[in-house]
Design a protein around this ligand. Structure first.
Ligand code: HSE
Length: 436
């Protein structure tokens, strides 16, 4: 059989990683796919730029539409990133009857509904395993491996850069900016690193996971997102003293009232396996009603780990080239006409436990004031710790752990506590999950 010709959009970290894996493992990949895969053309921004992959035999162009329009190319690997130009090129490729493999989580989270509908009309596939958790085959696991289950919730460390930063800060006491710079040099960070540290990248990925777990349309604009920039070394150390680790977690949960979709720093009991996922590694914990908890772990960023997912998708597409489009695995795991329009819960309706840290005046009656406010909001305290201070200080840091309550109640309690004369500055609030 003739080789399948593919075109690559973007030869950056992931694009070159994919070229290297496709080249090095060509024979093994062809044995799996049933056909040779030939990289016919690649679009790059700058023809002269040095790259970490060879491009012998590959036609290079600076025009991505030239690749999307080439009649010999059957599959496009969209590895250029961004949402606007990438969307236009992918729409063009699909309209030309080409299958698309993408690592672009922002593209899928924000334009996926439109792209999947267009792909459906044109009888082609849009594969996006590499968009979530790098090399971990989490899309396939949820979409196919767990297809028997009602997925109840999932929680994931799905941004390698953020996890790398939190881990280095905790283990080596390194400064935030210094670790971020290293993550950029290693090719983990997004082009705009605020996407990593403010949780936007994780929210893109969580949006995708929630859709395939619950059979709902992609709704990135409704995800609640809080970054890691306000976490202090004290919070990390107090959490450890209390038996917890702070992780930047994406949580999606199906409740009777709707779907929770939230990314935020989270205290997790240190006995949980996922609490021990460090460095650039990612992990996703998925709770199915039949299977119980399952945990998926691996490298969440980097050239070849991400290429592993890109190439696996490419093999899937090659295998499916001759299959009936009606009988393919649906993009969002559920048949397109069986997606449910469940509401995404506003954050003030979400219930979690909380870690609260505040600086208070060191005098009698302060704690009584704080507990009175929490009591008024029906918030129950699980633990209280007053930290030691040097003699000359009149302020003391206190840490409270609460039982579960609605975020709206906690917001009201925090506003009232911050208004007390005996409380200095603002209250640091970190949500807690037991993940049981
Ligand atoms: N910036 C992303 C991360 C890359 O750090 O996880 C992989 O999506």
């Amino acid at each position: 059989m003739k080789p399948v010709k593919i075109g690559i959009l973007g030869l950056g970290t992931v694009g070159c990683g994919s070229v290297n894996v496709l080249t090095r493992n060509a024979a093994e990949i062809a044995r799996r796919a049933g056909r040779q895969i030939e990289i016919s053309m690649a679009a790059v921004r700058n023809l002269e730029r040095p790259r970490i992959c060879g491009t012998e035999g590959v036609r290079l162009t600076t025009d991505p539409f030239e690749v999307a329009n080439d009649p010999d190319i059957e599959i496009i690997l969209e590895l250029m990133g961004g949402t606007e130009l990438a969307r236009e090129v992918v729409v063009q490729a699909i309209s030309q009857g080409k299958h698309v493999v993408t690592a672009n989580k922002a593209l899928i989270a924000t334009h996926g509904n439109e792209l999947f509908a267009l792909a459906q009309e044109n009888g082609v596939m849009v594969a996006f395993e590499a968009a979530v958790a790098g090399g971990i085959p989490i899309i396939k696991a949820i979409r196919e491996g767990l297809a028997a289950n009602q997925i109840q919730w999932l929680a994931g460390i799905i941004n390698g850069t953020g996890n790398f930063i939190l881990t280095e800060m905790r283990d080596k006491g390194r400064a935030f900016g210094d670790v971020l710079k290293e993550a950029q040099e290693l090719g983990y960070a997004e082009a705009d690193p605020t996407f990593d540290v403010e949780g936007i990248d994780a929210a893109h990925k969580l949006t995708i996971l929630a859709s395939i777990a619950f059979g709902i349309p992609l709704q990135f604009d409704k995800a609640m997102t809080e970054g890691i920039t306000k976490i202090t070394a004290e919070d990390v150390s107090y959490a450890e003293e209390l038996g917890y680790r702070i992780k930047h977690l994406g949580v999606a949960r199906k409740t009777d009232a709707g779907v929770e979709l939230r990314v935020h720093p989270t205290l997790i009991p240190e006995r949980q396996l996922i609490a021990n996922v460090d460095g650039v590694m990612n992990a996703v914990l998925v709770m199915g009603d039949a299977v119980g908890p399952t945990l998926y772990y691996g490298a969440g960023a980097g050239d070849e780990p991400t290429a592993s997912a890109v190439v696996a998708d490419t093999v899937d597409v090659v295998r499916a080239l001759t299959s009936d489009p009606e009988n393919r695995v649906p993009h969002l795991a559920f048949q397109p006409d069986a997606l449910e329009d469940l509401p995404i819960l506003p954050i003030d309706q979400v219930e979690t436990a909380y870690y609260l840290r505040m600086a208070v005046e060191d005098k009698s009656g302060v704690l009584a004031e704080i507990t009175r406010i929490l009591g008024e909001q029906e918030i129950s305290i699980e633990a209280f710790v007053q930290k030691d201070v040097t003699e000359e200080w009149t302020q003391v840091p206190i840490v409270l752990l609460t039982h579960k309550t609605k975020e709206g109640r906690m917001n009201r309690a925090i506003s009232a506590i911050e208004a007390l004369d005996c409380v200095y500055g603002s209250v640091m609030r970190i949500r807690m999950e037991t993940l049981d």
